[in-house]
Ligand binder design. Structure first.
Ligand SMILES: *Cc1c(COP(=O)(O)O)cnc(C)c1O
Length: 394
């Protein structure tokens, strides 16, 4: 195969043709500043507002509840720090999250700890789930915020968001969800699911990098995070990323229109991949929940070998995937997510994530199923651990 097979859609997605087409006129001619009062400014402003309507519609929200940001990381930082600081003024300094969040959430929590906030990290079970009861039990009089991710980026597990939302609403605690992986992959309704704050990102849904949004339910007050001019109704300063905003609007509209077909396509390919891999490779497991998972996510652990070795050999075969181990994160620790679901260090090091998108085909999946078993075998033959693992389990 001379073509690259891109199976890392949870890391980022290719730009959609329709999105690019919508951006080009903004980049070329539509350079007006949305704050300017002449025609070019008004046109830019109208484009931003049209995109806001599209984002709102996709979430079941109202346009004034949508604020554009510089991406998922900024949205998470704003939601969490903004809610914590607003809570602190009412003497609420306790915040709750899970132990498998994205670092945008975990490191925001750590930053707040250093400022004197008290944190609770709810432990997930071996499939990556927490329950609404765990949240209910953790909420205190002084709890300002609960932040639970909608879908995990590594193992794909989908959290019981509506149930958690109901608990938080009943107890009068703000509920934020990092939905960066969920948007465009599952049906979301912020009203039905009692969500107060929701983060999303453009580049995970075929828009460019560096654009995202935060949904803030009407009536919810959080502190500003980026101080500057009066943009975004004075809540998020900075001249608008007009082309990125237009791109996000088109991308989320496309994703919503095609959602059912997308879910069907990705689920079918995912199951084909899971059955193919588990059926042809021994000492291999699927990580995450078998059904409550993102349509396109398949995460495996292979005994006796390291993720990086597999990634390099897959790359030589033209396949892009990801692993939850050392090199990718630039640290020697295996993924905090895989450790949180109880994998021992060795097994967490030998993990591989494939994330499927609309552009992937059955032939591509079959190619992976064909080339991966010999790669795993080759690495295991070179592994000093392999013989003892086989003997110990025999
Ligand atoms: C990618 C991702 C983010 C970060 O989004 P950026 O737009 O890249 O900053 C946050 N949370 C999750 C779950 C993600 O997958």
């Amino acid at each position: 195969m001379d073509k690259r097979i891109y199976l890392d859609n949870a890391a980022t997605t290719p730009l959609s043709e329709k999105v690019l087409e919508a951006m080009l006129p903004i980049l070329k001619e539509g350079y007006g500043n949305p704050s300017s009062i002449y025609a070019q400014g008004r046109e830019a402003k109208a484009a931003v507002e049209a995109a806001r309507e599209k984002v709102a519609k996709a979430l079941g929200a109202n346009p004034p509840e949508i604020f554009f940001t510089g991406g998922g990381t900024e949205s998470d930082n704003w939601a969490i720090k903004g809610a914590a600081y607003a809570g602190a003024r009412k003497n609420k300094r306790h915040i709750i999250t899970t132990n498998i969040e994205h670092h945008a959430v975990l490191h925001s929590f750590e930053a707040l700890e250093k400022q004197g906030f008290e944190t609770t990290y709810l432990p997930v079970d071996d499939q990556g789930l927490i329950t609404a009861e765990q949240v209910a039990d953790a909420i205190r009089e002084d709890t300002a915020l609960v932040s639970v991710m909608y879908a995990n980026n590594e193992i794909g597990t989908l959290m019981p968001i509506a149930e958690i939302g109901a608990v938080c609403r009943e107890r009068g605690v703000l509920f934020h969800t990092d939905a960066v992986q969920a948007v465009g992959n599952v049906h979301i309704d912020v009203v039905a699911q009692n969500i107060d704050l929701l983060s999303l990102s453009g580049h995970k849904i075929h828009a460019p990098k560096g654009i995202g949004a935060l949904y803030v339910r009407r009536g919810v007050v959080i502190d500003n995070f980026i101080h500057g001019g009066g943009q975004e109704r004075s809540k998020r300063g900075g001249t608008e990323n007009t082309s990125g905003i237009v791109a996000l609007g088109v991308a989320i509209e496309e994703a919503t229109l095609g959602l059912d077909a997308h879910i069907a396509h990705c689920t079918k390919l995912r199951q084909r991949l899971i059955e193919g891999i588990l059926g042809s490779i021994s000492h291999c497991r699927l990580n995450g929940h078998p059904e409550k998972r993102l349509p396109g996510n398949a995460n495996f652990s292979f005994d006796g070998i390291e993720g990086e070795g597999m990634l390099l050999l897959l790359d030589m075969k033209g396949i892009c995937a990801s692993s939850g181990s050392a090199c990718t994160s630039g640290s020697l620790d295996p993924s905090h997510v895989l450790l949180a679901i109880g994998l021992p260090h060795e097994r967490a090091h030998g993990s591989l994530r494939f994330s499927i998108g609309d552009q992937n085909t059955e032939e591509e999946i079959d190619y992976v199923i064909e080339v991966l078993p010999p790669i795993v075998q080759r690495l295991r033959e070179m592994s000093p651990l392999w013989d003892s693992i086989v003997k110990a389990q025999a």
